[in-house]
Design a protein around this ligand. Sequence first.
Ligand SMILES: C[S@@+](CC[C@H](N)C(=O)[O-])C[C@H]1O[C@@H](n2cnc3c(N)ncnc32)[C@H](O)[C@@H]1O
Length: 245
Amino acid sequence: MYCVFAIWSGKAEGLSIKIPYLADKQLMDLNERLQGRGVLTDLLKSQERDPFDKGTVIPGLDSSYKKNHYQYLFYVLTRMLLPKRIVEIGVLQGFSLLAMGCALKENGTGEIHAFDLFEKYEYKCDNFDDVASRVSEMELEKLVTLHQADASSVATFIEETDILHVDVSNDGQIVSEIFSQWENKTSQAMIFEGGSLERDKVQWMVEYDKTSLFDEFSKLSKIKTHWGFFTLQCFPSVTIAVRLT
Ligand SMILES: C[S@@+](CC[C@H](N)C(=O)[O-])C[C@H]1O[C@@H](n2cnc3c(N)ncnc32)[C@H](O)[C@@H]1O
């Protein structure tokens, strides 16, 4: 319902973007939670008028986040939270990675360590070298370090991070494992792809009898009281867990 307006609308002076999750009540709640660090909704609206990725490779990349313009959420959260370190697990072509990299460049501080199986993944993936070329093309190589590794091993060699982003064909079990590995290592926010009921019903989740992300986040929000959970519904949906204390 919120996501019907995920379109570019023509204007006399050019094209402008409509960010559909600006209408999501959970974004307002997240906005309140982050008050003091800037106004999330105002920053997103400014991306509608003047997107950071205009003229870059980012809008041309393959990503389930693209249709509903989630690159602006990653960019704005990184601008607001001013992380010293971000860890991303699940890179594909670099859509979310490059958005956060551009924000760090603008912040003038911070680094991203990005992990993926790359060509070792048997389903949809990209090559390490192709992603590295994109990082260089965008002059982000001083801020972004790529690593070829399995998601489950990352916590063994990263001690702490300010933001964690997890997007590895997520299901409820993966979220449960990653959350327990990272809850004491993450100082500000964990961002997970998924969390809506619609996302739980995608074909491969049903076919392979994967555990529900919706149920897992419902459970975590009851027992992890020092974290606040906010799920934006626009497909594929994104759940942001913010440390409250
Ligand atoms: C949905 S894509 C990531 C999309 C990306 N974040 C974006 O913004 O478009 C999932 C990625 O996770 C990687 N992947 C899947 N399972 C993994 C695992 N166990 N460990 C590390 N990477 C994995 C795949 O190679 C693929 O590139």
